[in-house]
Design a protein around this ligand. Sequence first.
Ligand code: ADP
Length: 472
Amino acid sequence: MSGMRILFVSSEVYPYSKTGGLGDVAGALPAALVRLGHEVLVVSPWYQTLRARSAPLWIGDVDVPFDGGFSSCGVGTLEREGVRYAFVGHSDFRRSALYGFADDVRRFCLFSRAVPQVAARVDFVPDVIHVNDWHSAYLTMILAQGWHLPEGFPGLPSVYTVHNVQHQGSSEIESTLYWLRLPGALRESYLNHFGAANAMQAALGFAQRVTTVSPNYAQEVQRPEYGYGLDGTFRHISHKLSGILNGLDTDVWNPATDPHIAQPYDTADLSGKAKAKAALCHHLWLEPERPLLAVVSRLADQKGIDILLAALAQLLEQGWNLAILGSGEGWMESLIHEATGQYPGRIGSFIGYDEDLAHQIYAGADALVIPSRFEPCGLSQLIAMRYGTLPIARATGGLKDTIQHDKTGFLFDHANTDGLLWASQWALRRYHGQTHWQAMLQEAMAADFSWDIAAKAYEAVYRQAQKDVGRV
Ligand code: ADP
């Protein structure tokens, strides 16, 4: 089958910008699609907070239909690993952070409106457009209903991926349609969520196909506990909804080549893992002979860190030592500080974001605890397994899809201390009866979460979307 031209749209893309999993996906999936023989153009804003070494080549400006008139945006291009990039330059994106401003919806309406113009400017008329999360969600509606679109763009099929249903992009309807320069008749369309404009819901309605970042999450978002007000819409569009697991960047996360650890290791020789544990315990002032349970996480309600904190004393009683790396909610940070002082030799912690230490923890710990309330896919459990560190996780979202209980990790159902302590006790029994633990560790390390699997699944969804609009 011949390759497709895929336009991939994301509000962040690693290594140029990143605040979370979306940046990772946008950084890795396009390259995996190129390896399958497709042509991919990634369009993203160009922010002031640059992480990349290379700057794009600015090739000129485009006039973007916006806010009742036209707005001028710069177009910057570059190429990396066979993937083409076109960045949208505008003063609205030259701020201290990517998101978190009162006018975020308006800023990303401009971005969404700019995408077709920018793609056309670099002569890229795609076969399919892949839109991600709320920031570019209105693009699906623009393609279906918009005026002022470049030639070849009206009616193009779109695929929409939900990375986290908690953030939907809500704004006032009349202003939103005015910003987007879309017809007033759309007031009563999927854009309207109980009287407010909702970018995510618009995309659920207007995209040909919708995916979530794990199969289990695609089921969960159809339930009120997980849907954040959109569960009804998800149920309504369930005929075009599916889940595709995120992959893992196996070059960055590879215990056999990891430059952050003293002695790399693999399934054939795990001595490097024992060394990593000794070094980590030394670094965090922990007694080295106990089983070591680790946390590498945002300290947030979603991640269930409050559940972990409520169970700390009992986890220590069970025999675990704890290594905690995280940053986020102030009250959680303070509690971790306090507990570290209260239990010398048993709890070691670092509050902040530290990639180096994260690698050392994944390598040196025995188990990683992930008590999430919801988890669209989750990356940390994939990394942990690859490093032979068994995840102890809540059976939700992508955690449930990627961890096999008692085979590659441990799962518990209830997001409370009883659930967590039940699983940690089970894990500890396995740890002390070493044979089964070692077999699990081998199995976890051998699991394949490469991006190539995900890329093939997206390819199939793109083809379905093309068929839906009669383009193949
Ligand atoms: P989310 O994107 O919801 O935060 P994921 O599990 O998908 O959760 O991805 C989290 C990523 O961020 C992992 O790569 C994890 O190692 C990393 N991470 C989280 N907190 C820290 C921290 N304090 N220091 C370094 N890396 C961190």
